[in-house]
Design a protein around this ligand. Structure first.
Ligand code: GCU
Length: 430
């Protein structure tokens, strides 16, 4: 009898620790329940979530996915290298700031490009995000310093191999690259709405390539005769997220910035990064994930589109070495996108998908956001529900919001329009 009761209890525990939904293709998928803790108990209040489930989740992500970020603080030397009070035709104050970090005989420099509304009535809210290809690609503004960039070795041009696995050279950026990604950074629209922008080239923190670790910040934290990361040490995404927090450190010292209104934002791999930065650093008052996909907002447990195997083979340095244990075994992963989103509760969080971006699994991003609503609800905040009908360009949810736009994988002015309107709404409610 005793044994039977125990078995019933164990089965009930296993069932409650996973949630199952049937998918549009009829297949059932299960992923870990947001509120059921490792000891089987369920968090039933915001206090319990905050005190027990949240630290547990942070730890699970660090152990199994992104790796542990160093706790040690390195001294940061910040130098304002240029200020233009009449940038972008008088719309903005442009500042460029160098953040220097030295340890283990090496020095790394992060170049912050900051635009603040010239006619602000007080300290401005600021979008903080990394850029893919260099600060000079964000705008045609000729005042942006050209610094070093990483480009693929031309000898490998004809080799059919993904960019990130190829050898790269460091070179000085050239004039003709100015503004090449400007469509992703509609600065005028952002500034006119009263927001600032602070951005850094991800490659300053760690170049996005398989040999990038040596040129980035991770070796600053090696101890003694260490020459390799440990299995649960941070990968490049962890390093990029660390860089975002260092930008926040600097912004806290800028009196023209409202440091209580820093909004971290990122697209795709840099959206994964924005989520992990927002999960770890509560100074980011709001978080925006644009098409962050698998290893970000989406659900690997669904077993559709980009697999953990692909993430680990194409980008073996993004995550911790421990994440490789889940190659081909995604169902064993103790966490997933919805729990990353839950770590941001109750702060406003916007998950944006694109309809023609199947690889990021837009439906998975929606399900994940709906699954995180349960945690937001504990704090009295509203997210989308599983019953919402997602229509193009029609956001669902509130503090936790989801939207899908037509078109492919990109970050467009249309996306920013949604994010700005939502951020304004959230700031008004404060
Ligand atoms: C690849 C990768 C995705 C990533 C994307 C991007 O497609 O597989 O996981 O989000 O690059 O960063 O654009």
């Amino acid at each position: 009898m005793m044994r039977r009761n125990l078995m019933v209890a164990a089965t009930a525990l296993m069932l409650s620790a996973c949630m199952a939904w049937s998918q549009p293709d009829g297949k059932a998928a299960t992923w870990p329940d947001a509120l059921t803790m490792a000891n089987g108990a369920r968090a039933t209040s915001a206090q319990e979530f905050e005190a027990e489930r949240r630290p547990e989740l942070l730890n699970l992500f660090a152990e199994n996915v992104y790796g542990k970020s160093p706790q040690e603080k390195l001294p940061m030397k910040s130098t304002v290298t240029s200020v233009d009070r009449d940038a972008l035709g008088g719309l903005a104050v442009r500042k460029q700031v160098e953040l220097l970090f030295s340890a283990n005989g090496i020095t790394r420099a992060l170049h912050v490009l900051e635009y603040l509304p010239a006619k602000a009535n007080g300290p401005a809210p600021v979008f903080v995000g990394l850029n893919f290809d260099g600060n000079w690609t964000v705008s045609k503004d000729a005042g942006i310093a050209l610094t070093d960039e990483w480009t693929v070795d031309p000898a490998l041009a004809k080799v059919r191999l993904s960019t990130e696995l190829k050898g790269h050279f460091r070179q000085r950026a050239t004039e003709n690259e100015r503004g090449k990604n400007a469509s992703r950074w509609p600065l005028e629209m952002i500034l006119r709405a009263g927001f600032g922008v602070a951005t850094v080239y991800a490659g300053d923190i760690e170049p996005d390539m398989v040999t990038g670790i040596g040129y980035g910040v991770r070796p600053l934290f090696f101890k003694g005769d260490q020459y390799l990361p440990a299995a649960d040490d941070w990968g490049a995404i962890g390093a990029w997220a660390w860089g975002l927090s260092r930008v926040a450190d600097y912004l806290e010292t800028d009196p023209a910035v409202n440091a209580k209104e820093m909004i971290v934002i990122g697209h795709s791999r840099l959206g994964k990064t924005a989520l992990w930065a927002g999960a770890q650093d509560k100074r980011f008052a709001m978080v925006i994930s644009n098409e962050s996909g698998k290893g970000g907002a989406s659900l690997s447990h669904r077993g559709v589109e980009e697999s953990i195997a692909h993430l680990n083979i194409a980008f073996p340095y993004w995550f911790s070495a421990n994440y490789h244990h889940y190659t081909g075994r995604q169902e064993k992963l103790p966490v997933d996108g919805h729990l990353l989103l839950a770590l941001i509760a109750p702060r406003p969080l916007f998950v944006g998908s694109a309809q023609e971006d199947p690889y990021s699994d837009p439906h998975g991003e929606y399900l994940s956001t709906a699954a995180a609503s349960e945690v937001y609800a504990l704090y009295g905040e509203k997210g989308p529900s599983f019953d919402d009908q997602v229509e193009l360009d029609k956001p669902v949810g509130n503090e936790l919001r989801y939207y899908m736009r037509p078109g492919g994988h990109d970050m467009k002015a249309e996306d920013w329009k949604q994010y700005i309107a939502w951020a304004e709404e959230m700031l008004k409610k404060k």
